[in-house]
Each structure stands twice: as structure tokens, then as C-alpha cells.
Design a protein around this ligand. Structure first.
Ligand code: SAH
Length: 343
């Protein structure tokens, strides 16, 4: 029986204990997936939105224990993209059918607010009909406000884990969960469409923490929720921890779809990295967004948050074609659309 899944679908109150059973796979898995897919079809049909990801810097002042581009990884080969290169990525992306660009990077002091605003304004002028998403980490509310006024309209900032104790185990003292959460509230207040999320199977994670993640998301009510399996990187303090599990990630995607029927949920690159058909499985489990790489081929390998990242060799055009076929292979359709949330 799948009584819990049915109740989740009907958006009934569900207890923490019941969520634990669902997260740990105690309910009928096929049924969970089927119901999640039915809900995604009700809200988004078979459409899959794309976002062109531009990884514009791998310099980072932070030292998160799980991340391959952490400051202490002296073996990382660092790079930055200049405005012209970023604009060229967007231009190429536009011609390929992308209507959303995501600028993601480490927390890199070289990109002052003036520089970010200059880049955002230039993309806005070049691609007036596109959404501009930033994923630059934590900033002050004033900075977020300036980027918004320059033309950015979405922001991705995963909370990583909503549990204080767990947050401490994943990050150095200089970072705080409270500050990260505050950034999300600030972004929302300014008027951004916001995205949050977390890693599945990160070191020391307990099912209780995943319940806290879901509860936090219920409060925040973000437009986008990005999750992916934790993947190891040998140049981090967590090098001996195992990867997160694909099955649990897929289960979490279905649970998110049932709890947040309207949400934009990507089938992430990390999911595609842990299994060759991971992204397709993600779509079948309830995801409705894919975020292929638009960065210049030369730097893709250098933006290495974890090992064995996929699609580091292909040109953007090949990526779009490949992804479009992959999406179609599981019965969905990659569309040319800015891909706003349908609340
Ligand atoms: N500096 C930005 C972008 C971070 S990279 C910020 O702070 O938001 C984007 C996401 O990749 C992170 O939020 C994290 O959830 C994920 N990530 C980082 N290292 C990872 C790893 N080893 N395995 C899986 N995902 C990882």
C-alpha cells in the first residue's frame, strides 16, 4: 500500500515520522514515482525547461569541506571569464534556444558589485527577453538589491542543510547557516525568484536532517529546488566519504514534487554524473528542468566541485542536441522558454 504517498499527494499534513518512512524508501517506490510524475504533468505537462549554466569563476574565498574548488585546494587550476566571453556564451546559448542564463561561481572578490552589475546589465541589454539567474553565494542585501536593479531576476543559493549541527560539520567556522538562510529571505523580499536546495547523502547526514530540509523549504516556499547526490572529491577533507545514493536522490525528487507541486526542480549534473541515465531518471521521478553547461569547453573541467563531472568535452550545441534526445527518450520535451514558475 502507499497510503503515505497518497496523503502527500493530497497535500495533507504529514508528520516527521511519516516523512522519515517515505525518505527511507518504506513506501511503494513505483507508486511514489508515478504520483510525482502525474503531479508534474498536471502543472507542467511534458515540458522540460533548460537553463544555460555559465561557470564564470572557480576562485573561492570559502573552504567548504565538500567542495572541490574550496580555497585550500591548491591543486585547482583557477580561472575567470571576462565580460566578453560571458556575453559570447549567452549569444551562442540564445541561438541554441536558451532563454535563461545562470551565472555561477565561487565567492570571488575579483567580481566586485560594480563588475557584477556591469556584466548583468550587458546580458540584459543583449538578451532582453531572457531570465538572468545569479548563483554567486552569500552577499549583503544591498548587493543583492544592486544586481536586481541591474537586471538579474533569479538567484540560486542552496541552503545545503537546514540543521545547525550538520551545517557545522560541513563548513568552517567562518560560515553560518543563519546567515545563509537570511540571504534567502533577503533575496525573496527584494523580489527575486529564488532557488534553494541541498545535497543528498552528504557526510554525516541523517534522515532527520532531510526532514528539516523539507520543513525549511515549506517555510521558505522557493520557486526552484535543486538537489543532487553528494559526490566526493579527493582534494577535500571529505575524500574518504562515499557518494550519496541515486535512489535516495530520486526518492527526494518525488517527495519534493508532491510537497511542492508548482516547483521548478532540476535533474542536476550531479545526478547525471552518478549514473549515465541519472538525469532521465530524475525527470521520470518528477524533475522538470535541466541545466546544461554553456561555459567555454576549455574551462569546464576546471569547475570541478566533485570528480568525474559529465559533459566537459562537448560544445554547447552538442550538449543541447544530446540533452534534447535524452529528454525525448523518456517521453518529455525540451522547450524554448524562459521557464517561469507556475504558481
Ligand atoms: N558559490 C555558490 C555556488 C556553489 S556551487 C554558492 O555558494 O551558492 C553549487 C552547488 O554545488 C553548491 O550549492 C553545492 O550544493 C553543490 N556542491 C558543491 N560541492 C559538491 C559535491 N562535492 N558534491 C555534490 N554537490 C556539490
Amino acid at each position: 500500500m502507499s497510503e503515505l504517498t497518497a496523503r502527500l499527494q493530497q497535500e495533507q499534513d504529514i508528520s516527521d515520522e511519516e516523512l522519515i518512512v517515505l525518505i527511507e524508501g518504506g513506501d511503494d517506490q513505483e507508486d511514489l514515482k508515478k504520483r510525482a510524475d502525474a503531479v508534474r504533468r498536471e502543472h507542467y505537462g511534458i515540458e522540460v525547461y533548460t537553463r544555460g549554466l555559465i561557470e564564470f569563476t572557480n576562485y573561492c574565498k570559502n573552504d567548504c569541506y565538500y567542495c572541490g574548488i574550496r580555497r585550500s585546494n591548491t591543486l585547482a587550476d583557477r580561472y575567470r571569464l571576462d565580460k566578453e566571453t560571458i556575453l559570447a556564451c549567452c549569444k551562442e546559448g540564445y541561438e541554441l534556444g536558451f532563454r535563461t542564463f545562470v551565472l555561477q561561481g565561487g565567492e570571488d572578490g575579483y567580481y566586485t558589485d560594480d563588475r557584477i552589475c556591469d556584466i548583468v546589465a550587458a546580458i540584459r541589454a543583449q538578451n532582453p527577453d531572457c531570465a538572468i539567474t545569479l548563483s554567486l553565494g552569500e552577499k549583503t542585501k544591498e548587493s543583492f538589491q544592486r544586481y536586481y536593479e541591474a537586471g538579474a531576476n533569479r538567484y540560486l543559493l542552496r541552503h545545503e542543510t537546514a540543521d545547525e549541527e550538520h551545517y557545522r560539520m560541513l563548513h568552517p567556522e567562518s560560515l553560518s547557516l543563519q546567515k545563509r538562510k537570511q540571504c534567502l529571505w533577503d533575496l525573496k523580499e527584494i523580489g527575486y525568484q529564488i532557488g534553494s536546495g541541498f545535497m543528498v547523502g552528504s557526510p554525516y547526514q541523517k534522515t532527520e536532517y532531510l526532514v528539516e530540509d523539507l520543513r525549511f523549504l515549506q517555510k521558505l516556499s522557493p520557486d526552484m529546488i535543486g538537489i543532487g547526490p553528494y559526490l566526493t572529491h579527493k582534494e577535500t577533507p571529505f575524500k574518504d566519504f562515499p557518494n550519496g545514493s541515486m535512489e535516495q536522490t530520486l526518492r527526494m525528487i518525488s517527495i519534493l514534487r508532491l510537497m511542492f507541486p508548482y516547483a521548478l526542480i532540476p535533474a542536476t549534473t550531479a545526478l547525471g554524473t552518478i549514473h549515465p541515465r541519472g538525469r532521465e531518471f530524475g525527470l521520470q521521478a518528477g524533475a522538470n528542468v535541466v541545466m546544461p553547461n554553456l561555459s567555454p569547453t576549455g574551462v569546464r573541467k576546471l569547475y570541478q566541485l566533485y570528480e568525474n563531472k559529465i559533459c566537459t568535452g562537448e560544445e554547447a550545441a552538442e550538449c543541447r542536441g544530446c540533452l534534447s534526445r535524452r529528454v525525448a527518450s523518456v517521453g518529455y520535451e525540451l522547450v524554448v522558454d524562459v521557464g517561469d514558475v507556475k504558481r
